[in-house]
Write a protein that binds this ligand. Structure first.
Ligand code: ZN
Length: 163
């Protein structure tokens, strides 16, 4: 794994202020990292612009994300966002997961805040708000979110019928 110090340097010039402590904490010690052996939903996502790759595995039961893990590699934003996202959605009903992902997109300057839950629901994802100032990095921040939504979508389509 690359050193965070390196990522803060020239390769990411101009975005130093994005790397707040909480983002680096998730990058260095990610939550829910790995592959869930019991998963019934999974999806792969790539962000070719940056070289980020994320694989999401989740166990969905009774329309709830019972457990979720991510694997992959890429920049600090993509990997820390995945860690924060899994933390925010684990144990939540799918309806709440949708609200969280919607609120997260709103945080990044996309979509609208209508019906969005209070920022507390986002957990540490809130620390990525600064990314919206750097359009090229928004794809990094959204990769895990879109990959998880894809996995849930595929799961629901396969199962037939939605909550
Ligand atoms: Zn990236």
């Amino acid at each position: 794994m690359s050193q965070p110090e390196k990522l803060q340097g020239g390769a990411m010039g101009g975005v130093e202020d994005l790397y707040r402590e909480v983002i680096l904490d998730h990058f260095k010690a990610p939550k829910n990292r790995g592959v869930l052996p019991t998963a019934n939903a999974h999806a792969e996502g790539v962000n070719p612009l940056c070289g980020d790759q994320i694989s999401m595995t989740a166990l969905i039961e009774n329309d709830e994300v019972k457990d979720v893990k991510f694997a992959g590699h890429g920049c600090a934003i993509s990997q820390s966002a995945a860690s924060m996202l899994t933390q925010a959605v684990k144990g939540k009903p799918l309806s709440v997961v949708r609200q969280i992902t919607q609120a997260y997109k709103t945080l990044l300057g996309l979509g609208n805040s209508e019906g969005a839950p209070p920022p507390e629901a986002l957990g540490d994802l809130i620390s990525l708000e600064g990314v919206k100032k750097y359009p090229v990095r928004i794809k990094c921040a959204l990769l895990s979110c879109n990959t998880l939504l894809q996995g849930i979508e595929d799961f629901l389509n396969k199962r037939g019928g939605r909550p």
